[in-house]
Design a binder for this molecule. Structure first.
Ligand code: AMP
Length: 244
């Protein structure tokens, strides 16, 4: 019996070494970085999160994207969320948090991730705060005026195939309705209609903007001027994240 036990141990030990050797976060003792991007709708969170995720090799987790995917696939979750989203309102904290916790439990999130569009309410931030104890948290607010937000949203065109974002005022497609990047179909999101935009901005100021003070009180908040060029914003974000 002890012989078999020893043999088993000899087989398992090198495999364990392999698992740990593949995970620098475990060997270096570094905590995974979780980056929260705050900001009004169309402040550039999605665009910057996409670029940062590529750069840092960690996933971008957008609750808005996950909800839209559920709507496209006709899931019960998508059906529950759709009417809220189309009206420019927030979906329930419980629904969003369950969805988020399922996503961050996947292996690709073990070394950190970027949160885009979540938390969006104080209760969401409080629950996250309790959950994210063993991570290095970086919180950045992308600051933009309501005027800029409105123009960015009303002109926003999103590619159905690759999620590339263009704007009919600032980065008009070469061929109308066609994505410059992949040739896919560009569409206006159903919640980017003027009356819905106004409601989203109202909801942002009422429910999401208080998060700025919440993270300021914790000494975690950094701010970047989101009205600068996307490259400038990216450079400032990278500098903040690398320093953290
Ligand atoms: P976004 O793509 O981030 O602008 O999100 C689009 C819509 O999805 C929002 O207007 C909300 O209806 C819903 N949504 C996304 N993230 C959240 C969240 N964290 N909490 C509540 N609702 C959300």
């Amino acid at each position: 019996m002890p012989y078999y036990f020893l043999l088993g141990l000899l087989c398992i030990l090198p495999l364990m070494g392999l698992v740990y050797a593949q995970d620098p976060a475990q060997t270096s003792g570094e905590k995974p970085k979780v980056i929260i991007l705050l900001g009004a709708p169309a402040s550039g969170k999605g665009t910057q999160a996409q670029r940062l995720a590529q750069d840092l090799g960690i996933p971008q987790i957008s609750t808005g994207d996950i909800l839209r995917e559920n709507i496209r696939n006709g899931t019960p979750l998508g059906k529950e969320a759709k009417s809220f989203m189309d009206a420019g309102r927030l979906v329930s904290d419980e629904l969003v948090l369950n969805m988020l916790f399922e996503r961050i439990s996947r292996p690709d999130a073990a070394k950190g991730y970027l949160l885009d569009g979540v938390p969006r309410t104080i209760p969401q931030a409080e629950v996250l705060d309790k959950k994210l104890t063993d991570v290095k948290l970086v919180v950045v607010n992308l600051d933009v005026s309501d005027d800029t937000t409105f123009k960015r949203l009303e002109g926003r065109l999103t590619c159905k195939s690759c999620n590339n974002v263009q704007n009919k005022y600032f980065s008009a497609p070469k061929v109308e309705g066609v994505c410059d990047k992949c040739g896919g179909e560009l569409i206006q999101r159903s919640d980017d209609k003027p009356e819905v935009i106004k409601e989203r901005l109202r909801v942002y100021h009422e429910q999401t903007e208080p998060l700025i003070q919440f993270y300021k009180n914790k000494g975690l908040l950094k701010t970047v001027n989101g009205e600068q060029s996307p490259d400038q914003v990216l450079a400032e974000l990278k500098a903040i994240i690398n320093k953290a």
